[in-house]
Design a binder for this molecule. Structure first.
Ligand code: GUN
Ligand code: ZN
Length: 432
């Protein structure tokens, strides 16, 4: 018989996009709510009392004052960089050359790739993250390793083999043809199988020749249902380098657009130093801008103006970008997003920050009909937050005048200690 489980506590519910509409109209907390799980799905959401009466046979987990949220969705990470997070003192290009590329060469060993994939999913689950969109390395087996680790956990994974055919060490180079062939083989093997989704993954324009970008654009046209993930305008030096490498291009985004790599299923990480034309084009085609605020602070990249991009109607998601990002925690990432927006004079409300880390990121991955909200029929990917997880948070929360002040304290000061439970596809970590 399919397992029936009832989670009761304070439930966080969405009914719209709080970056476009007033957040009060879109995000609600039911202080005595319930979520009924049937197998791997959410079967019902509503007042705890009613669900308890209607389903007396369900096993109840009483979370009391804890906040029952959709699981966190990290829309841009590099799982191969897990073991080199917090590497000191460099900026993007020399950070890649000094730390990142040597680390990614290690994943030529399939056993290490598999071990790291499992380690990464265990670490992020402890932080309440239930879905990730990750870059792999150029080795096809590294993408397969993350898909396999995800499948073993019942977890939704978006990943793809990273493609690079220039400006990287010899051991990390593929070719236009092999990038096309290997990506296609992985798409056939994984895309749409269970909860796996493939993202065609040119690392960024500086490490792909125009031939490789064209080959990947052609592949995307063959498989338009796949996502496409890359980097865009992260640091001024990088933007200048792209201008040298692509003298014909109107701007950085045009290096993708000219090769068939601009589209509504495109995920453009960072998107900080944008020209007005790039903002217009992202808005026109509904390509997603993925905000990586801890990474942007750590590598010294600048600060995306997320509220302004959202106002233009560009889909925006939130991400750690580990190991450029300095934390696996989406709570730490929400805090950094708040600080970045403050810099632009646009403070984000706690309701907007949590929406970004869940439904907003899910929408950028085109998974908004299955994850990112507590809704009937959605996957039971759920994170339960303790709003008094440490003495310093508890003493501040005790002063809170309402639930949002309470939640904001945990958003700003919380970490994995605030994650009371993480459910993926209806199961807790220790049941996997
Ligand atoms: N740009 C190209 N590759 C990377 C990467 O691995 N991390 C970050 N932060 N930016 C990049
Ligand atoms: Zn990145």
């Amino acid at each position: 018989m399919t397992q029936k489980t009832l989670l009761t506590g304070q439930t966080l519910l969405f009914s719209g996009d709080p970056l476009v509409l007033p957040w009060e109209d879109c995000v609600h907390v039911d202080s005595s709510g319930g979520v009924l799980l049937l197998g791997d799905r959410i079967a019902a959401v509503g007042p705890a009392e009613g669900l308890r009466e209607a389903h007396p046979e369900a096993t109840e987990f009483m979370y009391g004052d804890n906040l029952i949220c959709p699981g966190f969705v990290d829309a841009h990470v590099h799982f191969p960089q897990t073991a080199m997070i917090a590497s000191w003192g460099k900026r993007l290009i020399d950070w890649l050359q000094t730390y990142t590329f040597p680390e990614e060469i290690r994943l030529s060993d399939p056993y290490w790739a598999a071990e790291l994939a499992a380690r990464y999913l265990d670490l992020t689950r402890a932080h309440g993250t239930t879905t990730v969109a990750s870059f792999a390395t150029i080795h096809p087996h590294s993408a397969a390793a993350l898909f396999e680790a995800g499948a073993a956990r019942g977890q939704c994974i978006v990943t793809g083999k990273t493609c690079m055919d220039r400006n990287a060490p010899e051991a990390l180079l593929d070719t236009a043809q092999s990038a096309y062939d290997d990506s296609k083989t992985l798409i056939e093997a994984w895309h749409g199988h269970g909860r796996a989704r493939y993202a065609i993954t040119p690392r960024f324009s500086p490490t792909s020749t125009p031939d490789q970008l064209s080959a990947l654009g052609a592949l995307w046209a063959e498989y338009p249902d796949c996502l496409m993930q890359t980097h865009l305008s992260e640091q001024p030096d990088e933007v200048a380098w792209v201008r040298e490498l692509f003298p014909q291009a109107r701007d950085y985004l045009d290096t993708y657009e000219a090769h068939g790599l601009l589209g509504p299923r495109g995920l453009y990480g960072h998107a900080i130093h944008l020209e007005p034309r790039e903002i217009d084009r992202l808005a026109d085609v509904q390509g997603a801008a993925i905000h990586c605020p801890t990474s942007n602070a750590f590598i010294g990249s600048g600060r995306m103006n997320l509220p302004a991009l959202a106002e233009r109607g560009i889909p925006v998601g939130l991400a750690t970008d580990t190991g450029g990002g300095s934390s696996f925690s989406m709570l730490r990432t929400m805090a950094a997003a708040y600080e970045a927006a403050q810099h632009h004079g646009r403070p984000l409300h706690a309701a907007q920050l949590i929406w970004l880390a869940t439904a907003g990121s899910a929408r950028t991955l085109h998974l908004q009909d299955e994850i990112g909200s507590l809704r009937r029929g959605y996957f039971a990917d759920i994170t339960v937050l303790d709003l008094k997880s440490t003495p310093d948070i508890a003493q501040r929360a005790n002063r809170a005048h309402d639930i949002w002040e309470d939640i904001f304290t945990t958003v700003m000061m919380g970490d994995d200690r605030a994650v009371r439970a993480t459910w993926i596809a209806g199961r807790q970590a220790d049941e996997v």
